[in-house]
Design a protein around this ligand. Structure first.
Ligand code: NAD
Length: 324
């Protein structure tokens, strides 16, 4: 069904933002994208793309020059474990992302935007519920007492609260989702901001059959990974809901160890590789999405296994490796 209306995507030059822009265009919206940079990996079907720094209030005021029907706030200073868990980027991660969200809400309110989506993260969940790799607890109501294991998680939790306070005090229509490891083609794969699926795909693609790849930690830490198309479907359902604002998990319940993730990638690549476990930032021992609430409220459930998205991601990254 063709939709009419104007949409603003902040962070449109990023992985999820780029995919979202193209989906919204296909649905028939007029779309403006904003980012510090153009998308590095795919062409965007966008109507208007503004290069700008959302830490700057004047830029935010300028890009929010009309009462957009929908705003998607995806811009953040973020990356995988190698970026978030080393501690080296804590000040930037907290300062840059918080100031973006403060600006966006302030000028979004002034512009009279109709609805705003905020991308929070599974990283807000308390570390004390994620120490057993087989039984992590990540239901939405387990967020408090808060104890995220990274400053990235603390900023997301602060910003969630900021969005809901604008909903309460100014009547803004706010939607908040907590993403759990979204992956797919056209994302970071080698710039230090890549996450486990992309990093493992790259290592497997670059290795000779019979060779060795490095894995951070013992590889027994568990995670779940959601393919980008499924994530977009869940975001759109949340935005279209008349009654439900979240916060809600958007993730997969197919939990695997990092060693298993490497194993599936090797099967896809038809390669047998040894795993060399080296010290590195690993985050919590176990994490899995809990999809009870999203099923109840939005009727959403993951439709395909991890392997489906991993195949698509692997072959895209292999192509990038060969192009170098
Ligand atoms: P990404 O890094 O690919 O995209 C974020 C974009 O924001 C980048 O293109 C970046 O240039 C832009 N940006 C950063 N600072 C900016 C600024 N000052 N002004 C303008 N643009 C700026 O990340 P992504 O994977 O697409 O994630 C999108 C959102 O979802 C982020 O808020 C992230 O924290 C959240 N999230 C993602 C995941 C995931 O698994 N990918 C998980 C949890 C939460």
């Amino acid at each position: 069904m063709t939709k009419h209306g104007s949409v603003l995507v902040l962070g449109a030059g990023g992985f999820i933002g780029g995919h979202l822009v193209n989906k919204l265009k296909q649905e028939g919206f007029w779309v403006r994208g904003v980012d510090l940079k153009h998308h590095e990996h795919q062409g965007l079907l966008v109507d208007d793309f503004i290069i700008g720094d959302l830490r700057d209030p004047e830029t935010v005021e300028a890009v929010m020059d009309k009462p957009f029907d929908e705003v998607y706030q995806l811009a953040a200073d973020m990356g995988g474990a190698g970026y978030i868990f080393t501690g080296d980027h804590d000040a930037d991660v907290m300062h840059n992302s918080a100031i973006i969200n403060l600006n966006v809400l302030n000028y979004g309110k002034k512009a009279g935007i109709k609805k705003i989506f905020y991308s929070s993260s599974a990283c807000i969940y308390p570390a004390y519920n994620q120490s057993d790799p087989d039984n992590p607890k990540c239901s939405e109501d387990s967020a408090y007492p808060a104890a995220p294991d990274s400053e990235y998680g603390w900023e997301k939790l602060f910003s969630e609260r900021l969005y809901f306070s604008f909903q309460r005090n100014y009547g803004m229509n706010v939607k908040v989702a907590r993403f759990h490891n979204i992956f797919g083609p056209y994302g970071s794969w080698k710039n230090g901001k890549e996450k486990a699926p992309a990093a493992i795909c790259r290592k497997v693609a670059m290795a000779e059959d019979g060779g060795t790849i490095e894995i951070w930690g013992d590889g027994k830490q568990t995670r779940s990974f959601l393919y980008i198309d499924e994530c977009l479907d869940a975001i759109r359902r949340l935005m279209d809901s008349e009654t439900f604002s979240g916060p809600v998990n958007i993730g997969s319940e197919e939990m695997v160890t990092i060693n298993q993730l490497a194993g599936i990638t090797m099967e896809i690549a038809h390669k047998k590789l040894a795993l060399n476990h080296i010290p590195g930032p690993t985050g919590v021992r176990g994490r899995n999405s809990d999809n009870k609430l999203i099923k109840e409220e939005l009727g959403w459930a993951q439709s395909r296994p991890l392997r489906y998205g991993l195949e698509k991601t692997y072959w895209w990254i292999k192509e990038q490796v060969e192009k170098q």
